[in-house]
Design a binder for this molecule. Structure first.
Ligand SMILES: [Cu+2]
Length: 121
């Protein structure tokens, strides 16, 4: 389909293809990093890790924070990812660029943040 666009529309098609590819990649990234929904804490095999990072964006609709988090040694590299936050731990006091500390909890169903605190710069 994309190939057809190139042959029929030449240069314009090629630009369009490039745009589509970039958009596709971004969408995939969001999909992969998206908050896993489910019952928080329903599974029994929880892992807990201390996490520090910086708030990149806030999505009240999905009740998720996108955090540029530091490495969690032996568990996860530093990266930007979305963390769902159970209602109980959600706060409207956070803002983009704030540094936070939190506990990342993970189980078979997904992962989320608890006990978020704002850290000094
Ligand atoms: Cu991560």
């Amino acid at each position: 389909m994309y190939y057809d666009a190139i042959t029929r529309h030449g240069f314009t098609g090629r630009i369009m293809l490039r745009t589509l590819t970039v958009t596709g990649a971004s969408l995939m990234l969001v999909a992969c990093a998206g908050p896993p929904y489910g019952d928080y804490g329903a599974a029994s095999d929880q892992e807990r890790h201390e996490l520090t990072g910086t708030i990149v964006s806030i999505d009240p609709q999905e009740r998720a924070w996108y955090v540029d988090h530091k490495e969690i040694p032996g568990y996860m590299d530093a990266m930007v990812m979305a963390f769902p936050v159970p209602e109980k731990y959600w706060t409207d006091d956070l803002a983009v660029d704030q540094n936070i500390g939190a506990i990342m909890v993970a189980d078979d169903e997904g992962y989320w943040l608890e006990d978020v605190e704002i850290l000094a710069d």
